[in-house]
Design a protein around this ligand. Structure first.
Ligand SMILES: Cc1c2[nH]c(c1CCC(=O)O)Cc1[nH]c(c(CCC(=O)O)c1C)Cc1[nH]c(c(CCC(=O)O)c1C)Cc1[nH]c(c(C)c1CCC(=O)O)C2
Length: 353
């Protein structure tokens, strides 16, 4: 087991921040999306004692402990705050529950009239617990480990708020946006404001960098992608960078496909998360040769292991060897992933096997 005691991880600077600052490192630093979670036995043990997923998120010492579990076990170069993108609508007053095996259930906002369900500000008792967790994590992290905070992009969060949970093609949000763009735009404005406030709170509490997860923009038609994905994310980036010019931002427009170039061009100062399906060939032309990228190992190969895993890791390494690169998955790690395969990944990316 790659078991790295926290006290042994001190070093000069943080490799992930170096890459986010534009440096190309000989071996890319790495972390994994969803690196704290159900594939880890220590997570499952703590989760079964703690009660609900939301209890974990809002109990600072438990959220801190879960955030640190994968750092202790694998020595990743970044810790990502253990929380969820739906904490924002919850802290704006909408009911939220995570049902076992079913995913999130959310109180809905489906029309302009219903915008009054949203509070003006994030509930300080809820987000305060998140910021307290960040302070606890900060105190325990090795100096070379970057702490990443996050929000969901407004479009992705809106799909849950309008549908009341996960939905296959997000037709409810897309219909409201198509029928009443001004009304839907007001919901998006509220989510932009709350995202800026929540990211600012996380930065003040001690995160080094932030990531904006836009999981569900890919299916939008180009004009809607520009209006509901690119513009809201650009407004968040602009306002956050004005207040915190030194805090790097990673944006992950998952499955943007042919719209990745437009996203990259509109957001010249963010690092780009690259999803599993995106090819590195031709990326220089689409996003520019110097752009910092993060990604994009297929999480399925991490379940498979063996040759498929080694070949995929080597392909990702060589694909991005010419630019500043943070090694990551192209989507969150899957629950059925064997621990031994994650150990193999870490060793191979570090050049040990
Ligand atoms: C769409 C979305 C959500 N949450 C998130 C996204 C965007 C990225 C993506 O597409 O995965 C992001 C997220 N969710 C979680 C994090 C924590 C940090 C990390 O480890 O990356 C982050 C960054 C923890 C979590 N969020 C959730 C879990 C599982 C909770 C549990 O039962 O223990 C974790 C560890 C729950 C969650 N949260 C969400 C869903 C749909 C679910 C249920 C599905 C599932 O159970 O995997 C909403």
């Amino acid at each position: 087991m790659v078991n790295v005691p926290l006290s042994d991880r001190a070093g000069p600077g943080k490799p992930i921040l170096q890459v986010l600052g534009g440096q190309r490192l000989e071996r890319p630093p790495l972390w994994m999306m969803r690196q704290a979670g159900r594939y880890l036995p220590e997570y499952r043990a703590l989760r079964s004692k703690a009660g609900s997923f939301l209890d974990l998120c809002y109990t600072p010492d438990l959220a801190a402990e879960v955030t640190l579990q994968p750092i202790r076990r694998f020595g990743f170069d970044a810790a990502i705050l253990f929380s969820d993108i739906l904490i924002i609508p919850h802290a704006l007053g909408l009911g939220l529950d995570f049902l076992e095996g079913e995913g999130p259930r959310m109180e809905t906002v489906r029309s302009t009239n219903e915008l009054s369900k949203l509070a003006g500000d994030l509930d300080p008792a809820k987000v305060g617990a998140v910021y307290e967790a960040i302070r606890l994590i900060r105190g325990e992290l090795p100096p070379s480990t970057t702490l990443i905070g996050f929000v969901g992009a407004p479009w992705t969060v809106a799909t849950y708020v309008v549908a009341g949970g996960g939905s296959k093609d997000h037709a409810d949000a897309r219909l409201w946006a198509a029928r009443d763009p001004d009304g839907f735009g007001q919901l998006m404005d509220r989510l932009v404001d709350a995202s800026v406030a929540h990211l600012a709170g996380q930065i003040r509490a001690g995160v080094d960098a932030v990531q904006i997860f836009d999981s569900w923009g890919g299916e939008l038609a180009p004009l809607d992608f520009e209006r509901w994905c690119i513009r809201p994310v650009a407004r968040i980036v602009e306002r956050l960078s004005a207040e915190f010019p030194r805090v790097p931002i990673i944006a992950f427009p998952r499955a943007a496909g042919s719209k990745l170039g437009a996203f990259a061009a509109a957001l010249p100062d963010v690092a780009l998360g690259i999803d599993t399906a995106e090819s590195a060939a031709g990326l220089d032309r689409i996003i520019g040769a110097d752009r910092v990228v993060q990604g994009n190992l297929d999480p399925i190969t991490l379940v498979a292991g063996g040759d498929a895993l080694d070949r995929s890791i080597d392909h990702v390494l060589s694909s991005f060897a010419n630019r500043p690169h943070i090694f990551n998955l192209g989507h969150g790690i899957r629950q059925e992933t064997p621990i031994a395969h994650v150990e193999r990944l870490v060793a191979r990316v570090r050049g040990d096997v």
